[in-house]
Ligand binder design. Structure first.
Ligand code: NAD
Length: 319
């Protein structure tokens, strides 16, 4: 399943980030004209090193909180700080990025008659009472906590996407992304996989919040991007939301032990209190993605971790 004819113009917001830069590389490989937009809040132009060598890639410094005068036939809206450290830094601006960003990008899609994709999140399920989470679960979200700027911002963005579909017949695609990891993750934004790998490579203590029995599922970035492309290329009737993630479930302690083992590190585990509203269990039900898109992850945790560890080894060596 592809995205149709080539040389269409695609706008990717959040292009210099972890997921955005991998998506840009994939779209260029498929033959698209790609406009990458980013305000470089958490992104890094180094992630676009490969893309900038391609004459079909154009980068614009810009902010989705402002209306944009860009023409595109397809829009992938990924702009938003994604790690708690970054999105809690200025929570009001995080909500604005999700909500004003969605309004501005949907307005752009309406004007240019573009099909538009929203990078939503498993955080819309909050601390779920249903396990694993299916798309029809409405979630269990604290509206006034420290994570709310992100969770509620993304929930409101979903609302806007579906209202633009109902009210203006926009072609929308909403993906609910579960924990994804891989090369180009920020080395110190507190996300668990990058945190553990960097601590292990430096032989520093590995910090576990809580007792490490909380579970997460980890999807390798290449698998996720394949899911994005298939969802965007699917028939218009499929608006989503569609869960994209890896249903393999591991405890945080298991992940730490695996990373120590694979890096040959001398790091020891240390324990700190669990942050508030941290979900105890998180695992996608991907039946919908499998039946509608023929999609499922193909890269197991060991293989994905090996590629990610290789990336961070190189990054730390260069620094
Ligand atoms: N990585 C994951 O596991 C995951 C899980 C669920 C959802 N997501 C969503 O996917 C998207 C990408 O996440 P990521 O992991 O690549 O994060 P990231 O922080 O690496 O990338 C986000 C990018 O958006 C840019 N940005 C932030 N605010 C902006 C604004 N107002 N205007 C323009 N650019 C802005 C940042 O500079 C950065 O380059 C986010 O919307 C995130 O919520 C990611």
């Amino acid at each position: 399943m592809g995205l149709g004819s080539t040389r269409k113009t695609v706008l990717v917001t959040g292009a210099a980030g972890f997921l955005g830069s991998h998506l840009v590389d994939r779209l260029l490989a498929e033959g698209f004209e790609v406009v990458g937009l980013d305000n470089l809040m958490t992104g890094d132009l180094a992630n676009l090193e490969q893309a900038t060598r391609d004459c079909h890639f154009h980068f614009e410094t810009g902010d989705v909180r402002n209306p944009l005068g860009v023409y595109a036939e397809l829009v992938f809206n990924l702009a938003c700080p994604a790690s708690p450290v970054h999105y809690q830094h200025d929570p009001v601006q995080t909500t604005k990025t999700s909500v004003h960003g969605a309004i501005n990008m949907l307005g752009l899609a309406k004007r240019t008659k573009a099909k538009i994709f929203q990078a939503s999140t498993s955080e819309v399920y909050g601390d779920p009472e249903v396990h694993p989470q299916t798309e029809d679960y409405w979630g269990h979200v604290n509206p006034i906590g420290r994570r709310s700027c992100y969770d509620e911002g993304k929930r409101c963005a979903e609302t806007l996407f579906f209202d633009y579909r109902r009210q203006h017949n926009l072609r929308i695609k909403v993906a609910r992304i579960f924990n994804t990891y891989g090369p180009r993750m920020h080395p110190n934004d507190g996300r668990v996989v990058s945190n553990f790998i960097v601590q292990a490579l430096k032989n520093e203590p590995i910090t576990i919040y809580g007792d490490g029995s909380q579970t997460r599922s980890f999807c390798f970035v290449e698998d996720l991007i394949e899911g994005f492309v298939r969802l965007m290329g699917s028939p218009d009737e499929l608006a989503g939301p569609v869960n994209l993630g890896n249903p393999g479930e591991f405890t945080i302690k298991e992940l730490a032990e695996k990373v120590i083992d694979m890096t040959g590190s001398t790091s020891k585990l240390t324990y700190e209190p669990l942050p508030t509203d941290d979900p105890t269990q998180r695992r996608p039900n991907i039946t919908l993605a499998h039946s509608q898109l023929g999609w499922e992850p193909t890269i197991n945790l060991e293989a994905g971790l090996a590629m990610t560890i290789g990336y961070f080894e190189e990054l730390l060596r260069r620094r």
